[in-house]
Design a protein around this ligand. Structure first.
Ligand SMILES: *Cc1c(COP(=O)(O)O)cnc(C)c1O
Length: 448
């Protein structure tokens, strides 16, 4: 943490303490007192145990979709959670609820929805998607949810929760949906993933919209991981085609706790048509009493939600606007650059081969086997390199399983002697990766 943020947090906590004391002195109940020796011991143990984490804060960590939040976010979170407001309803935390109501138009504007929309923060991408699918069921009660095999696994699970049938639409090797395999009349909503969790692939929203609009099918965009890449839609860093069309979709999910610099517990769902609010309406005798406005709790499937989440994201958005040239854009551009540089280095490497060209900031690759051309050899080498990096603490990657058929399509020199191939995967989601990628690839190569 930069000492500046640390002193801001200390100052702010002191300031809040004065506000807390302004209601009159009272002493903490004796049942809540902790022996100072005991708490010191607990914190010592805690610190030791937390060091058992992988270094999510550091660019040597180039594995799963995990990173530490921005310090502004967690300092703001810590500050707010010392009060613990609940964004279920305005009364649960007026300031943090207001902040959530200020955040949502910023997100709506970012995704192109304009002024009329309905949206709120959720505790995760899964819950955001669940809400979007739940609304789909309200609108098309007897129809199915369709998604590709690259969609997040929770969509299938959420369909089960909702008691809905789902159908998987194949994606061909050009990355297009094969709509001819499904009966459009049976489908109520198509989920389009902009930034798949595995490879960071962007499904063709243009193709999906054309098909869906012709058959009166809703479109839900799952951009839990990829959403913030929309900040680069007009740049030459990514193919902006799908990103530029997001406002055409009926609903959108994004996870600020992935690329939005937030601590966990921060997802968001937005609906283009605010009239879907009617499906959320309920009447609870004990929660609403001060406002005639639609409470956040009235447009959310969840009840209690941490007000601190909204406070943290609000504070972050003040420092980092959702723009291409300022705030989020330059951060995402560095991540994307890391993937492009990494891909170049690997393409020229004698020890590594890229599995596919990255579309966003997820790089997949594998060690070249000199002895055989069997895919089982690649799996073995990948696991070895993965383990060696962790043992030496010099790099942290993730493993990724690809069906051998897909693998052989992109790398026809290899023999599919196993059903799946295990390769290496790096989510380069820290802007520091743009510089560190050279060192990272060098370290990986020397571990082979
Ligand atoms: C991460 C992810 C999810 C699930 O979000 P959680 O916040 O982990 O619940 C859903 N869809 C996509 C595309 C994701 O990357």
């Amino acid at each position: 943490m930069q000492s500046h943020t640390f002193s801001l947090l200390t100052q702010a906590l002191n300031d809040l303490q004065q506000w807390k004391a302004s209601f009159g002195a009272f002493s903490l109940d004796e049942t809540l007192l902790v022996d100072s020796y005991k708490s010191a011991q607990v914190f010592e143990t805690l610190t030791q145990r937390l060091k058992g984490n992988y270094p999510f804060h550091h660019p040597v960590y180039a594995g799963q979709m995990l990173k530490s939040p921005h310090e502004v976010a967690w300092a703001a979170y810590a500050l707010a959670s010392s009060i613990n407001p609940n964004n279920h309803a305005l009364d649960g935390g007026p300031p943090s609820s207001e902040m959530e109501k200020e955040i949502m138009p910023m997100l709506a504007d970012f995704f192109g929805y304009g002024d009329t929309f309905l949206g709120h923060l959720t505790s995760s991408g899964t819950i955001g998607n669940l809400e979007a699918l739940w609304i789909s069921r309200k609108i098309h009660p007897h129809k199915k949810i369709a998604f590709s095999k690259n969609a997040h696994y929770t969509h299938g699970r959420m369909c089960e929760v909702l008691g809905m049938d789902s159908v998987t639409i194949p994606i061909n090797y050009h990355g297009e949906f094969e709509f001819s395999t499904v009966e459009p009349a049976e489908i109520g909503t198509l989920v389009v993933t902009l930034g798949t969790t595995g490879l960071g692939e962007v499904e063709p929203l243009d193709q999906a919209l054309e098909w869906a609009q012709a058959h009166d099918i809703r479109i839900h965009i799952d951009s839990a991981y990829g959403g913030f890449f929309r900040s680069l839609k007009d740049s030459d860093m990514i193919d902006g085609t799908s990103w530029k069309l997001m406002q055409e979709a009926d609903s959108i999910v994004v996870d600020p706790h992935k690329h939005g610099l937030q601590p966990y517990g921060c997802g968001a769902v937005l609906f283009k048509d605010p009239a879907v609010g009617r499906f959320y309406k309920h009447d609870s005798p004990y929660t609403y009493f001060t406002s005639d406005e639609l409470h956040l709790g009235e447009i959310s499937l969840e009840c209690s939600r941490a007000g601190a989440t909204a406070v943290a994201f609000w504070a972050t958005l003040q420092c980092f606007p959702l723009k291409e040239k300022e705030g989020y854009g330059p951060i995402l551009a560095k991540c994307r650059q890391a993937a492009l540089v990494g891909f170049d280095l690997i393409s020229n490497s004698e020890k590594l081969t890229a599995y596919k060209k990255p579309e966003l900031d997820i790089l997949t690759y594998f060690p070249i086997s000199e002895s055989t051309k069997n895919v089982s050899q690649i799996s073995e080498l990948s696991r070895k390199v993965f383990q060696k990096g962790m043992d030496d603490q010099s790099f942290f990657l993730s493993l990724y399983k690809v069906p051998a058929g897909d693998f052989a399509h992109f790398h026809p020199d290899y023999v599919a002697d196993e059903e799946n191939v295990t390769i290496l995967r790096s989510v380069l989601m820290r802007p520091e990766h743009a510089d560190f990628i050279r060192e990272l690839i060098r370290r990986i190569e020397s571990a082979i």
